[in-house]
Design a protein around this ligand. Structure first.
Ligand SMILES: Cc1ncc(COP(=O)(O)O)c(C=O)c1O
Length: 386
């Protein structure tokens, strides 16, 4: 038996409609979108345009031209941070941020370009929004916040933080890598100026596609200059969105897979996907809580969480547990720091990290029962000193 519980890294399996959108493009009209005027190129460009429109609807973005495609959330976040921040800017983040936010900001801080404040979080990964208000200075330009933690499953109060930023006239950027497709996001209602998303997790697209939604008054500098298929007679890179931030041929396979992935989740309904996975997560938490020796991290039983469970068994290295789960039981999890040392510092699981079981649309209760039995066996048979 194979059980895939690493959906927070990337979701698997992908819906059949995603696979057929990708193979359909490659088999039937695999041209470079928009670059040439022939019918295949026009069809590919139309598909990309429709995907922008769909993403704009998904996040209630005011303008689909400001939906930018990138290689992944990391790429999108780098485009935004490095294209936006200027000498002397102060940036506020939380202690739950992923390295895709933390590292580029540390890089800019180490270069002497920006000042960075990291707001503390408690063991459950929760932050107090008053700490954000209290850290705002005259040069604070941006707050960047993870929407949902890939380490603990905690969901951050983005609407409240967006409101603080709006009142203080500070830009607000959200890393929605773990939440896009799982929690409804309304960038207008929640005062989000820049939203970074990835296609290969809860939007059920393939790896290699992500992007940004950018509100209309925000100018992000072009970092990668090159061909856009527009204004080609000019030496200067076009200043208008989306071309401003999309040089070179887009990952058309990724965009089309993303479109089918978004259609898949909208067809099922984000609310029903969320209910089903949260029920299963609750079931998993209850099962693990009943096993002596397992310590679960994160927000506990709550409707405001992600469908993942981080845990440890005594002093056993998480990588040993994950290895045995895979080798002896065919259960695929993830062990370690999950690219977020800050979060493990907050949770008290630094530096060894945790074992993470993360659910997707296709997991079942029988699989959870199987995992619980496997963990009981590991604890009893392996005779670990826990
Ligand atoms: C919260 C968070 N942000 C950013 C990323 C980076 O996403 P990507 O792999 O699309 O670059 C991840 C991926 O694990 C994540 O969990």
């Amino acid at each position: 038996m194979k059980v895939y519980l690493d959906n927070s890294a990337t979701s698997w399996p992908k819906p059949p409609s995603v696979i057929s959108a990708i193979t359909g493009y490659l088999n039937d009209y695999g041209a470079s979108p928009g670059r040439s005027g022939h019918s295949f190129a026009i069809k590919a460009a139309r598909e990309i345009f429709e995907t922008r429109e769909l993403i704009a609807v998904l996040f209630n973005a005011p303008d689909s031209e400001r939906v930018i495609f990138s290689a992944n959330a990391t790429h999108a976040i780098n485009i935004a941070l490095k294209g936006l921040l200027k000498q002397g800017d102060h940036v506020i983040i939380s202690h739950m941020e992923h390295n895709s936010v933390y590292r580029p900001l540390k890089y800019l801080e180490n270069k002497g370009l920006i000042e960075l404040t990291v707001i503390p979080c408690n063991e459950k990964g929760e932050t107090d929004t008053r700490l954000i208000s209290g850290s705002i200075k005259a040069n604070t330009r941006l707050v960047v916040m993870i929407h949902g933690s890939n380490a603990s499953g905690t969901v951050m109060p983005v609407a409240g933080i967006g409101e603080i930023c709006r009142l203080k006239n500070i830009l607000f950027m959200v890393d929605a890598a773990q939440t896009a497709g799982f929690i409804p996001i309304d960038i207008q209602k929640d005062n989000i100026d820049i939203l970074a998303f990835t296609g290969h997790k809860k939007l059920y697209g393939p790896p290699g596609i992500g992007g940004l939604c950018i509100k209309d008054n925000i100018l992000i500098e072009t970092l990668i200059h090159g061909g856009t298929g527009s204004k080609s007679e000019m030496a200067d890179h076009p200043a208008f969105y989306p071309d401003r931030l999309e040089a070179g041929t887009l990952n058309t396979v990724g965009v089309l897979g993303l479109k089918a992935g978004v259609q898949f989740i909208l067809g099922k309904g984000i609310g029903s996907i969320r209910n089903q996975q949260l029920q299963l997560t609750e079931y998993l938490v209850v099962q693990l809580n009943n096993i002596d020796g397992i310590r679960i991290y994160g927000p506990g039983l709550s409707n405001e969480r992600l469908p993942l469970v981080s845990f440890n068994i005594g002093r056993i290295p998480p990588s040993d547990i994950a290895f045995i789960l895979d080798r002896d039981f065919g259960i695929m999890s993830r062990a370690g720091i999950h690219c977020t040392p800050l979060a493990h510092q907050a949770m008290g699981s630094f530096p060894r990290g945790t074992v993470r079981l993360s659910l997707g649309c296709f997991n079942t209760q029988q699989e959870i029962d199987y995992v619980a039995e496997a963990l009981k066996k590991i604890i009893s048979e392996k005779n670990f000193n826990i």
